[in-house]
Write a new protein. Structure first.
Length: 460
């Protein structure tokens, strides 16, 4: 059996080796999960699931630093941000515990017609079956929380395939669940090649697939699902921001620096395109560039690092190529624009790339933010919408009419007013449409996705 070498994103040092599973092993994992679900005697009661999740919170809370250091090493997110991610992950488990107390069926009114007046009808919530979760690298702990914990909470067996670059955070969580008392068959991790992953996706033994990653892969995997299998897809975007002449520029600069360069831009809703009213563009640009130049790039395991590496050297090469193409097309580099090493790229600000440049059309997923000038607010909205993605967007304004216009006309599943596009709390609906995804995430929303509302009617 071949093995996967897990390397530090910053310098390529070996952290660990994990065995790849083959198709036979993956099939056995599927069979075990399906058999556990079919055998009602193996099901865990809500009381048992709550006890496991509460114990998990205690276990994770005692290992925050360890988890954050591991996540920073394999994923490259700076330690101070990885610590925040771990806190969010633990809060996600706590949120699932709270949601379990609210999930319930309902009474269906029957006294509305002669045909139904002598009946009573109710719904009850039942777990749908085996869940397959295919995850991404950029939040190696919290994404796994979002894809695994809802299934555990509602009583669905879950098989989780972590990103090949960041499997150790996933492994740690799965082992912590076992320590908390979860039988192993109810949460199984598989590290595998793409062909084996595709076999899992195409199996009629799963009831739901959650996927976080590129739109190309996500939509392809959706096409492989068996009839009746549900799915939630979370892809990326090219998040737009509009800053008008009434905006608080100091506040906007501070928030957009964070929103654009957090985790070196490797966030699905990272600020990518900022449209500036010409009346304030020069002032904003100067302030923004000064702010970006203060960011420190380096070893993610050091506490003073603001930006760590990109996940793989080939991603650095890709970002470099996109920036060079934009500059060749007329964009101006205001800061950055160069490799620092094979793993790190300078935080970069580009002014006025062409509308058909790759950096204007595709998700950069790197430390690059593009600035554009506009004459009128309507044209800024039209430019913002002129991409294949629609996830989260934002507008900085103190004008109610323009805020409401943005609410009505900016595409996406969420609009942030006077905040950056990467804002999120884990109880809100989170997702995109167009190429950006299908369905919504968020702990409670994901739990509901995995349940069937089953109705029964009693003829009195």
């Amino acid at each position: 059996m071949s093995s996967l070498e897990v390397l530090k994103a910053y310098n390529g040092d070996l952290i660990a080796k994990l065995d790849f599973v083959d198709a036979k092993y993956a099939s056995a994992v599927l069979d075990a999960a399906q058999n556990a679900f079919k055998d009602k005697k193996q099901h865990l009661s809500k009381v048992q699931r709550l006890a496991i999740l509460k114990k998990l919170v205690k276990i994770l809370s005692g290992r925050k630093q360890e988890i954050a250091i591991l996540a920073a090493a394999e994923g490259g997110k700076p330690l101070k941000d990885s610590l925040i991610e771990v806190e969010r992950g633990i809060e996600g488990v706590e949120l699932a515990i709270k949601e379990l107390g609210h999930l319930k069926g309902e009474e269906i009114p029957m006294e509305l017609s002669e045909a139904s007046k002598n009946r009573k009808a109710y719904t009850t919530l039942k777990p749908s079956g085996v869940v397959l979760s295919v995850s991404a690298f950029n939040h190696p702990f919290n994404l796994i929380i979002h894809q695994v914990i809802p299934a555990v909470a509602v009583g669905c067996p879950v098989i989780v395939k972590p990103a090949r670059t960041t499997p150790l955070s996933c492994k740690l969580l799965v082992e912590a669940l076992y320590e908390a008392g979860l039988p192993k068959v109810w949460c199984q991790m598989v590290v595998c090649e793409n062909d084996v992953a595709e076999l899992l996706v195409a199996s009629d033994k799963i009831s739901f697939m959650t996927f976080i990653g590129s739109s190309k892969v996500g939509w392809y995997l959706r096409s492989k699902l068996a009839p009746g299998v549900g799915c939630a897809l979370e892809h990326g975007g090219a998040a737009p921001v509009i800053v008008d002449e009434s905006a608080d520029l100091k506040d906007a600069v501070q928030k957009l620096t964070r929103g654009g360069f957090y985790h070196s831009g490797q966030v699905c809703v990272s600020v990518q395109r900022i449209f500036l009213d010409k009346k304030i563009s020069e002032k904003f640009t100067k302030m923004f560039v000064e702010s970006v130049k203060k960011l420190k790039v380096g070893d993610p395991e050091k506490e003073d690092t603001d930006l760590g590496p990109l996940i793989l050297p080939r991603e650095v090469d890709r970002v470099e190529s996109w920036v060079n193409d934009a500059v060749a097309g007329g964009a101006k580099v205001l800061c950055g624009g160069k490799k620092i090493s094979n793993t790190c790229y300078e935080p970069t600000v580009l002014l006025n790339p062409k509308s058909d440049a790759t950096v204007s059309k595709k998700e950069i997923f790197g430390p690059v933010v593009c600035l554009y000038e506009y004459e009128d607010f309507q044209s800024a909205i039209e430019q913002s919408n002129d991409v294949e993605y629609a996830f989260q967007s934002s507008v900085f304004t103190n004008k109610l009419d323009q805020a409401y216009q943005a609410i009505e006309e900016l595409e996406g599943m969420a609009l942030m007013i006077n905040d950056h596009t990467a804002f999120r709390v884990d109880w809100m609906p989170f997702g995109g449409y167009k190429s950006s995804g299908l369905g919504v995430g968020g702990i409670g929303h994901s739990m509901k996705d995995l349940l069937i509302e089953k109705m029964f009617v009693w003829n009195k």
